[in-house]
Ligand binder design. Structure first.
Ligand code: GTP
Ligand code: MG
Length: 555
């Protein structure tokens, strides 16, 4: 319940717009953002990580004066950017131009004297403003915070209904749902703050965000998946010194790599729990296929999953980022379909037999590879485009693919989003799931190697099925929802706008609860018939067994 209420919490952000210079800076950063779309994944991640190292997170009193606050902070150096948001109070993210400013700020920051409790003196870059003279009289408006959660579904449906085309609806949904620049900065900052904690054990470690925080398909409010990267420590090969002698560290041995990951996550999880300010509800889930530490980071409002030794997931995030950057229709389509799937309960925040966002995204990519001409290249084609620096093998699996966008040519496929959406539903409404597997490496259906209802080959671990968890009921719901959605779009199409300006049409109509309700009712009717036929079968059985004295099984 706590996590749920945390998610529901109202967060606000606001970019500082205090002067013309800042406004100009924002224009510059908007241009930068457009360029960022084409930056390679590792370049962008590295830039953001470095930016986070120069940033601090500060809890502020409710009626803080922005001017006084910024004036005070700039005593420690030039401020590149600053924004405010709300999460159990007001917080400011302050990014300095130089890392040295952080040292200066730390010097001037004191340990609070707590009267009735004791606090662990563990110093991090999560600070609080205490002085009263920073505050304005309560009658004056305080800092402005930008709202940070996406608009509610009802509001979204209304907004989409007012758009002029289905293409516009999908782009509009993307604009509303996608992560903002500030939200991404905050995600990197939380990783950086946690790195400071993990650094108590592993000084050279890096904590990197992965999954939807960085793959371009994240929705505001999505979880923060993190990966504790120790490669900079363990992977280092120091050149042999002269004289034929070399030194190496003595290390404690563990039974397996998994056992090492578990013990590392166990101690770091303990440290986050005991000493990490703002980290609450820490759960160590060490026996999962991929061991993790889960907790809520209260000051940011993020639900966090910290993993270690998870390089393949990092590579999958990079691949999705690349696919999302190849054509502007991809992100709009994936975000819209993620929203559609969530609205109709095809995906869930609770683990179970549901489709995951990762599997759904692979399905969209596969569909776009199957168009003629293709919207997206296959993973094998991306591998063939790779340069020497892109070569990557993880646990014996080839994870090589091109990392930059320089090879891109003009898109041959010019289908509208409306058409692609319609075709997506037709494609999966008729897909031979019982025989065929979705394979983005080949970009072609393959024969299913197992009997799981849905088979989506893991792009980097070909023997694994990423949708092994999906049961027959959930797959059936997906197919029925695709069929219903295809039908609805066909009925309405671009001219499907209702007579009233606000009546839901196109993508908005696909998000109405009535769609999944009608699918549910069909399912119930089918189920309601089942016990009856079962009853008849068992009646026949009992008759047979009465006659023959044997208990024959129903056919
Ligand atoms: P959200 O639902 O918005 O959190 O999307 P997400 O893409 O972040 O998914 P999730 O948090 O479930 O997983 C994080 C990342 O782990 C994904 O982006 C993938 O890179 C990876 N991942 C998730 N599920 C699987 C899986 O079943 N197999 C493999 N190989 N990787 C997975
Ligand atoms: Mg995630």
């Amino acid at each position: 319940t706590f996590f749920r209420s945390l998610h529901k919490n109202y967060f606000c952000f606001r970019r500082k717009i205090a002067s013309k210079t800042v406004a100009a800076k924002i224009q510059l950063s908007a241009k930068k953002e457009a360029k960022d779309e084409r930056k390679s994944f590792s370049t962008l991640q590295e830039e953001r990580r470095e930016q986070a190292e120069r940033s601090v997170l500060i809890s502020c009193p409710p009626n803080i004066s922005e001017t006084k606050f910024l004036k005070h902070m700039s005593r420690h150096g030039n401020i590149n950017n600053c924004f405010f948001y709300e999460s159990f109070g007001i917080y400011a993210v302050v990014e300095f131009s130089e890392k040295e400013s952080i040292a200066s700020l730390r010097e001037a920051t004191s340990i609070p004297s707590i009267q009735h409790e004791t606090a662990v003196p563990f110093k991090t870059r999560l600070l609080s403003v205490k002085a009263n003279n920073f505050s304005l009289p309560s009658s004056q408006p305080s800092v402005q915070c930008l709202k940070q959660t996406p608009i509610g579904i009802k509001e979204l449906i209304l907004k989409l209904s007012r758009e002029d085309s289905i293409d516009q609806q999908l782009y509009s949904l993307m604009e509303e749902y996608q992560l903002t620049e500030e939200n991404i900065c905050l995600r990197f900052l939380v990783c950086s703050l946690l790195k400071d904690i993990a650094a108590a054990y592993f000084p050279e470690c890096i904590i990197r965000p992965f999954g939807s925080s960085v793959n371009g398909f994240g929705k505001l409010g999505c979880d923060l998946d993190m990966f504790l990267d120790l490669d900079a420590i363990s992977g280092r090969n120091i050149k042999q010194a002269g004289g034929g002698l070399s030194l190496e560290y003595q290390l404690k041995k563990t039974a397996s790599e998994r056992a090492a990951t578990q013990s590392i996550l166990s101690v770091i999880g303990e440290c986050v729990d005991q000493f990490g300010p703002g980290c609450v509800g820490v759960q160590k889930i060490l026996n999962a296929r991929c061991p993790l530490v889960r907790f809520a980071h209260q000051p940011s409002g993020f639900q966090c999953d910290l993993t270690a030794n998870n390089r393949v997931a990092m590579k999958s995030s990079e691949l999705l980022y690349l696919y999302g950057g190849l054509d502007k229709r991809v992100r709009a389509m994936v975000l819209s379909l993620r929203c559609w799937a969530r609205t109709h309960g095809l995906t869930s925040t609770i683990p179970g037999a549901w489709l995951t966002n990762f599997s759904l995204t692979a399905m969209v990519i596969f569909f776009l590879q199957r168009r003629s001409p293709a919207v997206l290249p296959t993973l094998d084609q991306l591998r063939d485009l790779a340069g020497p620096g892109d070569k990557c093998t993880i646990e014996g699996n080839d994870c090589t693919f091109v990392s930059d966008f320089s090879w891109m040519q003009d898109q041959k496929n010019t289908e509208t989003l409306e058409h692609l959406l319609q075709e997506f539903f037709v494609f999966y409404g008729n897909f031979a799931f019982s025989r065929m597997s979705v394979n983005i490496r080949k970009g072609k259906e393959q024969n299913k190697p197992d009997t799981f209802p849905l088979h989506i080959q893991n792009p980097f671990e070909p023997s694994l099925n990423v949708s092994k968890n999906v049961n027959a009921t959930q797959l059936e719901r997906l197919v029925t929802l695709c069929q219903e959605s295809a039908w609805l779009l066909q009925e309405g199409g671009a001219s499907g706008r209702g007579p009233a300006r606000d009546s839901p049409w196109g993508m908005a109509a696909l998000l109405l609860p009535s769609l999944s309700q009608s699918v549910r009712t069909k399912g119930r009717k089918r189920k309601a018939r089942e016990p009856a036929s079962e009853r008849i079968k068992s009646l026949l059985d009992s008759l047979k067994s009465g006659k023959n004295g044997s208990s024959a099984k129903p056919h």
